[in-house]
Design a protein around this ligand. Structure first.
Ligand SMILES: Nc1ncnc2c1ncn2[C@@H]1O[C@H](COP(=O)(O)OP(=O)(O)OP(=O)(O)O)[C@@H](O)[C@H]1O
Ligand SMILES: [Mg+2]
Length: 401
């Protein structure tokens, strides 16, 4: 389902093949509202149904599921009905609170009932892709407030990203980076830092051992009264499995897709976000950290607000861009030459790309050094970010010549 429109059916066949086929009524619409650009035929309309996949879901659906530790926690939480490593089981369990407007519901009650008795108690069902321990949560509006986990068919309007022992100050780091992005005019969701004590009833599988604040970000794929707004990330746009999010495409592919499917303004906004990532030492902007959002009738994608931006350089000093930018990843390789090559590969005008880079470094240098949110970032982390911004400013500045 895409909101209330039945789009198609996933069938598990003997031998554990998963086949997805579009509904005839949805085919008749030519594929509106859009589920994914990857399902669009070159000449418009819908492509043929994807080939059945052995022991995995088609890439679009595989990309809706959590990864790594978060996935393990979710599998444990649903161990009565979900076998480890089984995408189909997990998608069924999490189908009511997926990213975007996709819902996965049982068709005609033909599900195998292997859920144990504890399944009668409602369980957490959100699925946010990504690896950091995070929960989709609800803010209680009653007195006392508090943050709780949506259970059963409820859904959360916020994402809570919990601190990690491996990366000290990660919530504060992201909080400051989001504030910076907003300060330089980017589209950023509302967010705040909250105490772990504000959360109630978090199941033990999702507890993290590290102390520190939690970053709470408003979900842009949920509207008033929990209305679902569809989004898809660029792994989905390109039909790439989540395991290939660091290699499935290059940045010029994303820029070219935005230029064609959205607008040249969106492609240049993407360039600004890339320049920001290079400048702040953010080496994690892989294919799942960029999304399209379908706000109105569902056939008109826009670049979604910025999310998951933090400086990785304090934790991984020799870090580089997550994807290749005209054949290079190391931050220090990103001089004017690279951006020109990138512009050509993306079929964007060189001058517009270069001036977007220059404009971004000027704005960052105007705002970063006196940004109030710097105060929450641990000193050691901040020092490393600052040092990186100082090194990168002249390198990216070559775009001004
Ligand atoms: N504000 C938001 N509104 C709606 N969806 C969001 C928002 N922020 C993140 N998401 C979705 O949730 C997913 C996970 O969030 P995020 O990327 O912040 O977490 P992560 O675990 O740090 O990811 P990664 O695996 O890249 O480290 C994103 O890929 C995106 O689909
Ligand atoms: Mg992410």
């Amino acid at each position: 389902m895409l909101n209330d429109v039945k789009v198609g059916t996933i069938v598990r066949t003997p031998g554990d093949f998963n086949a997805f086929s579009f509904e005839d009524s949805y085919r008749a619409t030519g594929g509106v509202p859009v589920v994914s650009l990857s399902f669009r035929a070159v000449g418009g309309g819908l492509r043929k149904d994807p080939k059945p996949v052995a022991r995995a879901l088609p890439a679009f659906f595989a990309n809706l599921l959590p990864e790594d530790k978060l996935r393990e926690a979710m599998e444990k939480h649903h161990s009565g009905s979900v076998r480890a490593g089984n995408d189909f089981d997990l998608l069924v369990a999490l189908g009511s609170d997926l990213p975007g407007a996709v819902r996965v519901v049982p068709s005609g009650g033909t599900f195998a009932q292997h859920e144990d008795i504890s399944a009668l108690k409602p369980k957490a069902r959100f699925s946010l892709a990504g690896v950091q321990m995070k929960l989709s949560v609800m803010k209680n509006s009653g007195k006392g407030g508090g943050l709780t986990l949506p259970l059963g068919d409820e859904q959360g309007s916020y994402i809570a990203k919990f601190p990690s022992t491996a990366f000290p100050g990660v919530a504060e780091n992201e909080y400051a980076n989001l504030a910076l992005a907003e300060a330089i005019g980017m589209d950023v969701p509302e967010r705040e830092l909250v105490e772990q004590s504000e959360f109630e009833g978090i199941p033990k599988e999702f507890e993290t051992l590290s102390d520190g604040k939690v970053l709470l970000v408003e979900r842009f794929d949920r509207g008033e009264n929990g209305r679902r707004i569809h989004i898809e990330d660029f792994a989905q746009v390109f039909g790439v499995y989540p395991s290939r999010k660091y290699e499935g495409a290059a940045y010029h592919d994303v820029a070219a897709a935005l230029n064609v499917a959205v607008s040249s303004a969106a492609a240049l906004e993407f360039v600004r976000r890339l320049a920001l990532a290079a400048l702040t030492g953010n080496g994690d902007m892989h294919l799942k950290n960029w999304s399209l959002i379908y706000r109105e009738a569902g056939d008109n994608p826009q670049l979604a607000p910025i999310y998951d931006v933090l400086s990785t350089i304090p934790y991984i000093p020799a870090d580089a861009m997550a994807l290749s930018l005209a054949g290079e990843r190391p931050f220090k390789a990103l001089n004017a030459q690279r951006w020109k090559a990138f512009a050509n590969r993306a079929r964007l005008p060189e001058a517009a790309v270069l001036s977007s880079v220059v404009d971004t470094i000027e704005r960052v240098n105007d705002r970063w050094w006196s940004l109030p949110e710097r105060e929450v970032v641990p000193a050691k982390v901040l020092e490393r970010i600052d040092a990186h911004v100082r090194v990168m400013t002249p390198i990216l500045g070559t775009c001004a010549n």
